[in-house]
Design a protein around this ligand. Structure first.
Ligand code: ZN
Length: 411
């Protein structure tokens, strides 16, 4: 790996190495992925113990999966080994014979996208299930009995994350954060993971004015755990980025910080407008990624994101069609270069320009109660099944969670 010195070659190599791995919140796929990233350039692996309370959340048990299938007439008709999206991520073990009608209740498919296997998770609800293409669903013999197996287990252990602090001449710092909990999907979020490690490698070699903190975690629980364990260290943070969804064929996008007119917004929009016609600018939204935690009332770190085919906005989002035919290394390379220009501009800017003016910061009245988002799922205020997207109807709990999240975010 270290012999590769061309960024585009490195991107291609990392796509091929990392794409097949089954990742989750925890487990062997996650440690293996961190190892591959560490081969590019070293960083510190941090471990949070299962069961540790982090604000309103708990570090989950380690999920290990060996195999899973649906068999009919002793033949695998759905096989986890052929595509790891076939199993609802974090599924509990199951081994039984089952009728078509009972099996049907545990299957997830998208009628509008008959070739796509959806990506679904059940992190915070004890459940199991399979995700299949609608075409495969139609092929299942309705009169048959099926053997189903999910050979998974849950163990006490650790949730792994990664971090590196590149020290500049100033203590004032910026965050680059990405998440590595998604299994085989290329744009969301293999593109973010790859950009994360290559930006780290790049910044390590620079002499910088600002410090740069690199954080790689499983989404949501990972950033919450990191903030809980590093609360005081982040008081010098001026802003940052969540690296995600940056290698699709579609429009380049920019998601603004929660302030919407922070210096980072100016810098990013200027850089991107020069490079891409047709830039799509998104207002801040609590539904997104880890910016929701970093920018939450107690922390209030302005976080932005540069995308090329942003999550929610492309039809292959959270499906098996978000693969290496859709996401291209060349696209990621372009956005990577934009990030380099953004860093160059940050370095040229005086730190005072990034400081949030007091009157812009709405004080949080819930400060003593909540830091980061409260866990809505344990209060039955969030959908039980994760990963569902616009291809499916919005469930009641999701529509309910939106105003709650906004209220908690801005009050
Ligand atoms: Zn996602």
């Amino acid at each position: 790996m270290t012999q590769l010195n061309n960024t585009l070659d490195e991107i291609k190599f990392l796509y091929s190495e990392l794409f097949p791995i089954c990742r989750s919140l925890t487990g062997d796929g996650n440690t293996k992925s961190l190892k591959i990233l560490k081969n590019v350039t070293d960083f510190k692996v941090i471990k949070y113990k299962s069961g540790q309370q982090c604000y309103d959340w708990k570090i989950p048990l380690v999920w290990r999966i060996k195999d899973a299938y649906i068999k009919s007439d002793n033949k695998r008709v759905i096989d986890f080994k052929a595509n790891n999206l076939h199993v609802v991520n974090y599924s509990h073990p199951i081994k039984k014979k089952i009728s078509f009608n009972s099996l049907k209740k545990k299957l997830h498919y998208i009628e509008n996208f008959p070739k796509a296997i959806p990506y679904r998770t059940s992190y915070y609800e004890k459940d199991w299930g399979f995700c299949i293409s609608y075409n495969d669903f139609l092929k299942l013999d309705k009169k048959s009995e099926f053997d189903v197996l999910i050979d998974s287990k849950f163990e006490d252990g650790y949730m792994h994350c990664g971090e590196f602090l590149k020290r500049g001449s100033s203590k004032k710092e910026f965050i680059f954060s990405s998440y590595f909990c998604h299994p085989s999907m290329a744009n969301d979020n293999l593109s973010g993971m790859i950009a994360w490690i290559l930006l780290l490698k790049y910044i390590k070699e620079l002499k910088t004015k600002f410090s740069y903190r690199f954080i790689i975690i499983p989404e949501t629980i990972g950033s919450i755990a990191y903030l809980f364990n590093n609360e005081k260290k982040l008081s010098d943070t001026l802003g940052g980025f969540v690296l995600t969804c940056m290698s699709g064929p579609g429009r380049t996008g920019y998601k603004k910080t929660f302030l919407e007119n922070h210096k980072l917004d100016d810098i990013c929009i200027n850089v991107l407008k020069n490079e891409f016609k047709n830039l799509k600018i998104y207002p801040f939204d609590v539904f997104g990624s880890d910016e929701r935690q970093y920018s939450s009332p107690h922390f209030r770190i302005p976080i932005s994101t540069i995308t090329k085919d942003k999550y929610f906005d492309y039809e292959y989002y959270h499906t098996s069609l978000d693969n290496l035919n859709f996401a291209k290394p060349e696209n990621l390379h372009k956005i990577f270069n934009s990030y380099l220009k953004v860093i160059e501009n940050i370095e040229k800017t005086d730190s005072s320009e990034f400081v949030i003016k007091k009157n812009k910061l709405k004080k949080n009245t819930f400060k003593s109660v909540y830091k980061c988002e409260p866990m809505l799922s344990k209060r039955k205020l969030y959908p039980k099944l994760g990963g569902a997207n616009f291809q499916k109807k919005t469930s009641n709990s999701k529509s309910l969670s939106k105003p709650i999240m906004w209220t908690l975010f801005f009050c």
